[in-house]
Design a protein around this ligand. Structure first.
Ligand code: TRP
Length: 329
């Protein structure tokens, strides 16, 4: 079975976009691959988060992924900082990465621009840590978005370079994995593009009913259809796309025909859309609450994940130490 690995930065709560864009696909993948899903809390240190937030933010996202259906018996779900083996591999890989190529990574340049007073070495070697995350399990496939392609290129380079330097065929080159059909792009509520927390246009999985309804009722619209069968402007299309995702086909068709004969009232459509989002999220929200209320259970799951991940990393690291010329314990 091929190994797949995915890393999530613990930056806030999951929203509908994360659910349809990734989480649901992870749940499917755990039956088809040897999956490692981990929470990249070391990577989040580049911005110096408060100590009291570190555990909580990792726990929050762990609970939410579990609520989406990731099964710790099928997949290995763990927190990056629970696997110290990663750092040793990170050190070795750093010896084979060059300043010039790390400086050319777009995400580094962007971050350096965003935080000019904190251009730390961790930021520079972010791609090496990511390569260590991946290569420690000798993962074949990594689901990533467009923004991670350069980091993936660095991970492949790390693998190739290690193999070349030591004349071995040890690390496979990890390939980008695209979800394809199972992933759905969810539009935001402000009429502009994708749902994303930085855009403030999203509905969170744990969000309560009242707040969901309020957000949907406030979603951006226009003056209504002006002519029969006219094309929908983006703000309106977005509402219809959301409806396509969460509502029954009949419901969608009903409002679509209302649009086409110019009798659509956005208020009615939004009310229905809000109702269907509430219904879709209700079971997930319940599970988030249930899982988060059992911190001991969460501890157990994190421990189990860490054990499995460490065992896999240890095996790789022993080989790496032997190849480099170090003693193996
Ligand atoms: N860099 C990824 C992101 O920002 C998170 C990440 C860290 C990751 N390590 C990884 C993703 C390893 C895939 C594989 O989203």
């Amino acid at each position: 079975m091929e190994t797949v690995l995915s890393g999530m930065r613990p930056t806030g709560n999951l929203h509908l976009g994360n659910y349809y864009g990734a989480a649901r696909s992870f749940v499917k993948m755990q039956d088809e691959y040897n999956c490692y899903f981990f929470i990249a809390d070391w990577h989040s240190l580049t911005t110096h988060p408060k100590p009291e937030d570190i555990q909580r933010s990792a726990r929050t996202i762990l609970a939410e992924y579990l609520a989406c259906g990731i099964d710790p018996e099928k997949a290995t779900i763990y927190i990056q900082s629970d696997v110290p083996e990663t750092i040793e591999l990170y050190l070795y890989l750093n010896m084979n990465c060059y300043l010039g190529e790390l400086e050319r990574v777009t995400t580094f340049k962007e971050k350096a621009r965003q935080q000019p007073d904190n251009v730390n070495a961790g930021l520079l070697t972010y791609p090496t840590l990511m390569a260590a995350d991946i290569l420690q399990h000798r993962a074949a496939k990594v689901p990533v978005g467009k923004d991670q392609e350069q980091n993936m290129e660095m991970a492949r380079r790390c693998a190739r370079r290690f193999n070349n330097i030591y004349g071995v065929e040890f690390f496979p080159e990890p390939q980008n994995y695209y979800f394809g059909e199972t992933a759905i792009k969810v539009p935001g509520l402000d009429g502009t593009g994708k749902m994303g927390k930085s855009n403030g246009n999203c509905i969170y999985l744990f969000e309560d009913e009242k707040s969901i309804r309020k957000k949907v009722m406030r979603a951006v619209t226009d003056n209504g259809p002006q002519a029969m069968n006219s094309p929908k402007p983006e703000v309106i299309q977005n509402l219809f796309t959301l409806m396509q995702i969460v509502s029954a086909k009949d419901t969608y068709d009903y409002f679509d025909s209302k649009w086409n004969d110019c009798t659509l009232r956005y208020g009615d459509m939004k009310k229905q859309l809000a109702e269907d989002i509430v219904q879709t999220l209700a079971p997930i929200r319940e599970r988030i609450i249930e899982i988060s209320s059992d911190q001991e259970g969460l501890d157990r799951i994190a421990r189990l994940g860490a054990e499995k991940a460490r065992e896999s990393a240890r095996k790789t690291l022993n080989e790496v130490r032997r190849i480099i010329g170090f003693k193996v314990y």
